[in-house]
Design a protein around this ligand. Structure first.
Ligand code: AIR
Length: 340
């Protein structure tokens, strides 16, 4: 069977992070291949593996590396398929690898996950494949329920046995904590464009310029979208209603500022891939770390700071797995034949 995912490690010393990815892929029953090749020590091997893998039908690549981690970027140079990058904590807490992976120039996005988060890379890869494979999408939904179940169960296993004189937990209306089925009323939000393939949520007006970079490219790629400025903290009900109303969308893009509540809010509401574009504020602070550093089970495919254009290219690459016409449009973009 031809594997759908190829995991490439920069070194054998990264194997523990690959194990996390393989555990998830085994559970989801998605065939994968595992190779070791270094962007610096064996660049030609990386090129051969990636080109041959692409020709053989690999749909998503995962590059795992530490230090000056140029492996995912090098993979991206040789394939039109989406590339997910996992920074490994070898030195400096993995920040060196994270910056090397996430800050990619246009038009070569790396869908970056948190430091050492091989598990989230595998989930993200499954989400990408789930766009054109309903069975994989269904498995991702089931996996998300497992992560949710763990939280619910910890109330029973950790909280309930606590015996302290002043702890009082039995006062809420919900007696048995269960997976929250948030109510929503579609009529409350303006949801004209329900069938859009991509949803772009911007948390504040200042970041609309970054979102516009995305829409311009999506139009060139003939991918339909809906864009809304709504903050999950200032107007939580509207945010939830809007995202649920757009449930037919295949990819969600969050433009994140401050503590990245937009992308964090999105992953809780959809099993589809969430791409995060961290922005800078008026003081020059950026929100890359708070966007990328997601816990296991809920990845955010993080782009470089303010790099809306790469979010659009990644979206195109994900759609292109099941639609060769988009590969051609992407090629034109990358060759700058389409002037943006
Ligand atoms: N690495 C290997 N070639 C280029 C890079 N950046 C990374 C590996 C590993 C780290 O360097 O991905 O995380 C240390 O590799 P080693 O082989 O010395 O243990």
């Amino acid at each position: 069977m031809t594997p759908k995912i190829m995991i490439i490690l920069g070194s054998g010393s990264d194997i523990a992070i690959a194990e996390k990815a393989m555990d998830i892929l085994d559970k989801l029953e998605i065939p994968y291949s595992l190779k070791i090749a270094s962007a610096h020590r064996t660049p030609n091997l990386v090129r051969e593996i990636v080109q041959q893998g692409t020709d053989a039908g690999i749909e998503v690549f995962i590059g795992i590396a530490g230090l000056a981690a140029h492996l995912p970027g090098t993979i991206a140079a040789y394939t039109p398929r989406p590339v997910i990058g996992v920074p490994v904590d070898v030195k400096t807490g993995g920040i060196d690898a994270l910056q090397s992976i996430v800050q990619m120039p246009y038009p070569s996005p790396i869908a970056t996950v948190g430091i050492d988060r091989g598990d989230n890379a595998a989930i993200l890869a499954a989400q990408f494949i789930g766009l054109h494979d309903d069975e994989v999408h269904r498995k991702v939904i089931e996996l998300r329920k497992e992560y949710a179940r763990k939280v619910i169960d910890s109330n029973e296993s950790i909280v309930q046995p606590i015996d302290r004189p002043f702890i009082e937990n039995d006062f809420l209306r919900i007696k048995n904590l269960e997976i929250n089925k948030a109510e929503f009323d579609e009529s409350e939000v303006n949801c004209k464009n329900k069938d859009a393939e991509v949803v772009i949520v911007v948390g504040r007006q200042n970041d609309v310029a970054t979102a516009k970079k995305i829409t311009k490219i999506l139009e060139r790629l003939k991918i339909s979208y809906d864009l809304k400025v709504v903050c999950p903290i200032r107007n939580n009900k509207k945010f939830i209603n809007y995202v649920k109303c757009m449930k037919n969308a295949k990819v969600f893009i969050g433009i994140s500022s401050n503590s990245s509540q937009v992308t964090g809010g999105l992953v809780g509401l959809t099993a589809r891939p969430v791409i995060g574009v961290p922005c800078t504020n008026e003081y020059g602070d950026n929100y890359m770390l708070t966007t990328v550093s997601m816990p296991p089970g809920v990845p955010v495919a993080t782009m470089g700071v303010n790099n809306g254009k790469n979010a659009a290219v990644l979206t195109g690459e994900i759609f292109a797995i099941g639609n060769p016409e988009i590969v051609q449009l992407l090629d034109k973009l990358k060759d700058k034949k389409i002037n943006l």
